[in-house]
Design a protein around this ligand. Structure first.
Ligand code: FES
Length: 105
C-alpha cells in the first residue's frame, strides 16, 4: 500500500477561514483532479494548524513543509511541485511570509 502525500489545509480555523481558506481548499482539490493526481495527493480540510499569522496555511506531510499566504493562483503549482517531490516553493514557505511581515513592521 502506497502512502499518499497529504495537503492539510486550514479552512476552518478562525483566521484562515476569513482569508479564503475554504477557497484554497477547493482550488487545491480541483488542481489535484485536473492534474490526475488523486492516487498521489490527498487534500484534507483542517481546523487551526497553529500558523495563524501566515494563513491561509497548508502543511504537507510527511515532508512537514509549512506554506502560508497561499492564493488560488498558487494552487496548481503547489500541487505539481509537491507531487513531483520537488524543492519547496520558497516564496510560499511560512517562514518566508513571516520574514516579509517583519520587514513591513
Ligand atoms: S487559523 Fe489557520 S492556522 Fe490558525
Amino acid at each position: 500500500m502506497s502512502k499518499k502525500i497529504k495537503l492539510h489545509v486550514c479552512a476552518e480555523g478562525k483566521h484562515c477561514s476569513k482569508r479564503d481558506g475554504g477557497k484554497i481548499l477547493k482550488a487545491l482539490k480541483r488542481a489535484v483532479e485536473e492534474q490526475g493526481l488523486e492516487d498521489v495527493l490527498k487534500v484534507k480540510c483542517e481546523g487551526c494548524l497553529g500558523l495563524c499569522s501566515t494563513g491561509p496555511t497548508v502543511i504537507v506531510t510527511p515532508a512537514g513543509i509549512q506554506y502560508g499566504g497561499i492564493e488560488q493562483s498558487d494552487c496548481a503549482e503547489l500541487v505539481r511541485v509537491t507531487a513531483a517531490g520537488g524543492e519547496p516553493i520558497e516564496r510560499l514557505l511560512a517562514r518566508t511570509i513571516k520574514k516579509k511581515k517583519k520587514k513591513k513592521d
